[in-house]
Design a protein around this ligand. Sequence first.
Ligand code: ATP
Length: 303
Amino acid sequence: MLTRGLSKRFGELVAVDNIDLDIQAREIYGFLGPNGSGKTTAIRMLCGLLTPSAGSVRVLELDIPGDAERLRRRIGYMTQAFSLYDDLSVEENLGFLARIHGLPRYQGGRRIEELLDRYTLRGMRARRAADMSGGQRQRLALAAATLHSPDLLFLDEPTSAVDPENRRDFWEKLFDLVDEGKTILVSTHYMDEAERCHQLAILDTGRLRRQGSPAQLMAELDRRVVEVRGHNLRQVKSRALQIPEVESAAQQGMQLRVLMNAQSAGSAIDILRNSLADADLEMVLARPSLEDVFVASTQDAAP
Ligand SMILES: Nc1ncnc2c1ncn2[C@@H]1O[C@H](COP(=O)(O)OP(=O)(O)OP(=O)(O)O)[C@@H](O)[C@H]1O
């Protein structure tokens, strides 16, 4: 999947701004970004559901939006709302979709049985979608999005409504699909989820801020992270935020995690020590996390 200069305007608002993406087959590619950063708009353009204002899109060797109709048969799309029919049972939801996709009756039936097993839905095949838990609905939505065995799967914030255990199981299912040759594009604003992706694009206000594997993005971050321990951390935090080199400070239990734009590790700690002038504070350098990369990326966006 390839985009060059991909952009979308809604009147004055530039929702997606000149984005170049290179997404390899057989990997999970993540869009990480805050609310309103353009993730859904970008996905809708990649699916051919929305016409770009500018730029080119090539997906599965097809030019989009020109070839959108042909693409539609080869992609699955799971939206935040899961797009299930609440009044239909598990089996009816899948049966209805099988007919929409034009699967012959016997083939459709076999595929549904396969999906009921794969996504542990067999025991609840007669249950109405409205009566299922968040995790069960999510599994049904994934079964529905993959019913026609698409090569490419788009998942828009698929785990917003599920607990960590279900989220982990869900990701295992995604890796099974990749193992079978599928490509997956997933949008999220959860760090733990972003860390599971092979590659990531960090989006903010419609712009592509960083692109790479999570490990690469963390290793390449040109910032210093200092953990500060001691008393009165709330007060230390507001003082730290007055220091020009400090980009953000967030408390985690007994420590304050400070993200700094400083030349070297030594200078970061020196600046903090001198500015805070509190001998009781303990300071140690920490390795940047994906959240630090995310915070630094959104700081870059500031005018
Ligand atoms: N059809 C539309 N008309 C006008 N503005 C729109 C439309 N669709 C999206 N936008 C705006 O474009 C921007 C990007 O929205 P988008 O839904 O792509 O962001 P997102 O990153 O998916 O956010 P979220 O995490 O909240 O889903 C937002 O400011 C949104 O209000």
